[in-house]
Design a protein around this ligand. Structure first.
Ligand code: HEC
Length: 110
């Protein structure tokens, strides 16, 4: 029963993400970002200076040209496999990964 209601919840989520206009996808992506990325990358995507210092790395602003020129596939790989000092982010469903990538695109400098 528990698995069954979970399956319904998941399909409802997937359907709502798939059918909603991209604005709603950005909103979903923002929620994923807040939960899974913000602690290290900061709310504005410029990176948490304390974390960068502790890990002795430079966390590049997600809005920067350097990050934005990466393909969606590259960014997804960074999320699922990690890169350098960033560990893989676990517990995300493919639809959530898609939406967080869409959200990252909204951070791009205009
Ligand atoms: C525990 C801290 C932490 C979390 C959580 C985290 N990151 Fe990172 N991220 C880092 C660090 C540190 C780097 C810099 C890695 C390096 O250059 O060695 C990084 C780098 C990146 C990069 C640039 C990769 C590159 O090739 O230069 C992207 C894109 C990125 N993170 C996206 C995300 C997204 C999206 C999430 C959430 C789904 C996320 N990160 C969650 C710490 C984190």
């Amino acid at each position: 029963m528990k698995t069954f209601s979970f399956a319904i919840l998941v399909s409802a989520l997937v359907i709502s993400i798939a059918c909603a206009p991209s604005f709603a996808q950005d909103e979903a992506g923002k929620a994923v970002y807040t939960k899974k990325c913000q602690s290290c990358h900061a709310a504005d995507g410029n990176g948490n200076a304390a974390i960068a210092k502790a890990l002795k790395v430079d966390i590049k602003p997600l809005s920067s040209e350097e990050i934005q020129k990466k393909s969606d596939a590259d960014i997804k790989k960074t999320i699922t496999s990690g890169t350098g000092a960033m560990k893989p982010v676990t517990g995300l469903m493919p639809a959530e990964i898609d939406s967080v990538v869409a959200y990252l695109r909204t951070l791009k400098k205009k």
